[in-house]
Design a binder for this molecule. Sequence first.
Ligand code: CP3
Length: 342
Amino acid sequence: MDDVFLRACRREPVERTPVWFMRQAGRYQPEYRALRERYGILDICRTPELAVRVTALPVERLGVDAAILFSDIMVPVAAMGAGVEIVEGRGPVVDQPIRTAGDLDRLHVLEPGTDVPFVSEAVRELVKVLDHPLIGFAGAPFTVASYLVEGGPARDYARTKALMWSDPATWERLMTLLADSMLAYLRAQVEAGASAVQLFDSWVGALTEDDYREHVLPYSRRILEGLSGVPRIHFGVGAAHLLEAMRDAGADVVGVDWRTPLDEAWKRLGEGVAVQGNLDPAAVLASPDTLRRKALEVLDAAGGRPGHVFNLGHGVLPATDPGALQSVVELVHERTSRDGAR
Ligand code: CP3
């Protein structure tokens, strides 16, 4: 597919900067809230017809340049044998946490064809109906492991770190299981037609760079290097100190959260990768003037270099006004239109 988003991921010149938003489908949309009155979030993820509708919604409403599959990082994990529920306002909760070698026996390596057939089905249908590229995604081993070990959202990741440091054999088994599963999961999405993938390592910022390189990077690399032919986006939150290491894991595009100015991040990363980000999601809730100023600051920091994918620096907040988000898309497109770029 020759497309503005995919070309930007490959650092090729584009006629305008592409934009999409993490969590562009979700509670800030009245249509999504209406659907959620009738269905649980996991039901939506597991029903291709609903997942297709929710995935396409922001593309139609906002005019973004890419769709991201509607699912959750815990969908494959539930299919691997973990008891997962997603609690509103809190996040994923696991009924029996994984903390010992014995606990690991309850999980199996994901077989996408039998464990999550609805995902490939949704992707195949989306590729037919969308005019834009579809981004597939998975949670990275550390972030998924943190939910499994902690049993739910955490603040300090103490149990996860304790397992990582004190029982390296179990850690290795867990991380290998997750890496093999997420690689199979992403490959299935690409085979079904996804034209880019994003690996979300949302909570990896809790680690030092040394711990990341020793205990996490090899597993994320196994996933990223196991994929070929599509741009690979790698994103973490509060992970400014890990930018180079996350690039080294094998990314084509590094997602930068809102805490690090994009020019600074890019300078550190070098010209070999594209960069995605990084408007503070809170800016979309500010006054129109403030929002405009902050969005332009991001474009200024990108400086018109090839290889910028505009996004928020983390997911859309539930209190966001869809109209404000749409105004960001319009501003980015208008300000970066380069007639004759192709
Ligand atoms: O539009 C999209 O971006 C695709 C959909 C998507 C969801 N989850 C749907 C969802 C994506 C890409 C995810 C990834 C995800 N899930 C991550 C990584 C990205 C990130 O935000 O850092 C993480 C850490 C999770 C785990 C998770 N699931 C959390 C923290 C929550 C929020 C809990 C809450 O209620 O605030 C969820 C639930 C969830 N996943 C929602 C959505 C739209 C919330 C809405 C709902 O409950 O219907």
